[in-house]
Design a protein around this ligand. Structure first.
Ligand SMILES: [Zn+2]
Length: 338
């Protein structure tokens, strides 16, 4: 029987700023997605309750954001992170859609979810908008699950950038494990192996060299993330699904193809089945080449439906990825993964 996939669609057309790459065009390129497979249950995205948001964000920050959008459009952080007059509501709806998907997945056994939302979230810290992110959707969802007694939780972040905001929010929360692959030495500059020394075995960062390809990622997932998860045994897996690790992304220099993203999704679904009663929720983060985002997004979407991967109009990168064995050995040793 095909799995039930709960999803929501929050394109936030009012949240746009000139030719900024974090734009509604990102989701427009995926406009055929809702019709792609049977077995999807589409959910409305209500505004997230403020008390759900303030589990992850300081109330002063939420109040600031509510105020500052009134003077928008404006850039409120370097990167640049912008707001428009609709951004507070858009960000609440992105978080609310993510919570709706989470709620459905927690109620239905062996269900999967994907929140196709923007603005993205994983750079937003407890007190600050950063990196095109206003509210940290995945962190708000994790806090909601924790409030319902679901623990431990694993958050896995395959966005090309380090999920500094998520790490910050759960830095001292022993109930949440965080594992991130990201390109080294790019925005926001965090996510080194040595981040969060106090949380070895719980907060796991694997910075990767430019060009890291499908095979490099496969080895990191199989040899670092799998033993980490086997030990962590999460009751729920949340995924910060950033598609800017695609080789054609204009903001980064990694080497994943759509097939590579599908491979990561297969690992994640398999781990959810093994340890989390199948409970897994993907949340859209970055991805700034709309066609590449669409190709990779469709591939992951097919995996969630146990369906064949559709043809990829873009294909693999025209370069060979670097050897990442040293990163794998170092991460395994640092976190005592065998
Ligand atoms: Zn990113």
């Amino acid at each position: 029987m095909p799995p039930t996939v709960y999803a929501t669609w929050v394109p936030s057309p009012g949240h746009r700023y000139g030719d900024h790459p974090e734009s509604p065009a990102r989701l427009s390129a995926l406009a055929d997605l809702p019709q792609a497979h049977d077995g999807t249950i589409w959910l409305e995205a209500p505004l997230a309750p403020l008390d759900a948001i303030t589990r992850a964000h300081h109330p002063n920050y939420v109040a600031y954001l509510q105020q500052v959008v009134r003077h928008g459009p404006a850039v409120i952080d370097y990167a640049p992170t912008y707001v428009t007059p609709t951004s507070f509501e858009d960000a609440r709806r992105a978080a609310g859609g993510t919570l709706a998907v989470l709620d459905a997945v927690l109620r239905a056994p062996h269900a999967r979810g994907f929140a196709w939302v923007r603005p993205p979230g994983h750079h937003a810290t407890r007190t600050q908008a950063m990196g095109f992110c206003l509210f940290n959707n995945v962190a708000i969802a994790a806090h909601e699950a924790l409030a319902r007694g679901i623990e431990p939780i694993a958050i896995i972040d395959f966005d090309a950038h380090h999920g500094n905001g998520t790490q910050h929010i759960f830095l001292h929360d022993e109930r949440v494990g965080f594992a991130s692959t990201h390109q080294e030495d790019i925005y926001p500059g965090t996510g080194d192996f040595d981040d969060a020394e106090h949380a070895r075995g719980r907060i796991l960062n694997v910075p990767l060299p430019a060009g890291t390809d499908d095979e490099g990622y496969r080895q990191v997932y199989a040899r670092v993330f799998e033993p980490w998860l086997a030990r962590w045994r999460p009751a729920l897996i949340l995924v910060s699904a950033g598609f800017d690790a695609h080789w054609r992304d204009p903001l980064t220099q990694l080497g994943l193809s759509a097939q590579g993203f599908a491979q990561l999704a297969r690992f994640l679904v398999q781990w959810a089945n093994a340890w989390a009663q199948g409970r897994i929720v993907f949340v859209l983060e970055g991805g700034y080449d709309p066609q590449a985002l669409a190709a990779a997004g469709r591939a992951v979407w097919a995996v969630l439906h146990d369906a064949p991967i559709p043809p990829d109009p873009i294909g693999p990168p025209p370069f060979a990825g670097p050897d990442v064995q040293d990163r794998i050995h170092y991460a395994r040793r640092l976190h005592q993964l065998g």
